[in-house]
Design a protein around this ligand. Structure first.
Ligand code: ZN
Length: 176
């Protein structure tokens, strides 16, 4: 159903758009298929998380798998982050920004309230790596990319890679 959805890359404008909540009547098989597709694309590209806008769909949905184990798959629909605690910086990458690594300050601990694919609300609290993935993917739902989290020095360091991605995007757009 969603097999045509593929990873999109910076500077595709769909990555910079605010994503819309999944409405109550959209839960069910279609949303389940989208989430399954997100897991497939995430694994294909060896990621630990993927947000729906990264396959060109501006919906508030993301999936994560922090360990690579099949039972660690988690999907979050209409997530809300709250109760941040602590601060830490660490290097992050993004599947939509290949070969770019950015030091990002994030909250260490975070609570997430979200719905599952059937529309049931659940709450989780995590720290460290999982809390960081949540914040990275949540950024995607608001059109925020690692490029928005870069300081001036990181921007200069990444300038060539970003230019390469921009040139590639123009080329792909022309041949489409
Ligand atoms: Zn990302």
């Amino acid at each position: 159903m969603h097999d045509d959805l593929k990873l999109i890359y910076y500077p595709d404008p769909r990555l910079k758009k605010m994503s819309q909540p999944v409405p109550a009547d959209q839960f069910g098989p279609n949303l389940k298929a989208l989430v399954e597709r997100l897991f497939v694309v995430m694994r294909e590209h060896k990621g630990v998380g993927l947000a729906a806008p990264q396959v060109g769909l501006n919906l508030r949905v993301f999936v994560i798998n922090p360990t690579g184990e099949p039972d660690a798959d988690r999907a979050y629909v209409n997530p809300v982050l709250s109760d941040p605690d602590g601060e830490d910086d660490a290097e992050e990458g993004c599947l939509s920004l290949p070969d770019i690594h950015v030091d990002v300050v994030r909250d260490i601990r975070m609570t997430i309230t979200a719905q599952d694919v059937d529309g049931n609300t659940f709450i989780e609290r995590a720290d460290g790596f999982i809390a960081r993935i949540w914040q990275h993917e949540y950024d995607h739902l608001n059109g925020t990319l690692l490029t928005n989290r870069m300081g001036p020095v990181a921007k200069i360091a990444a300038r060539r890679k970003l230019k390469e991605l921009e040139d590639k995007y123009q080329l792909v757009k022309k041949t489409r």
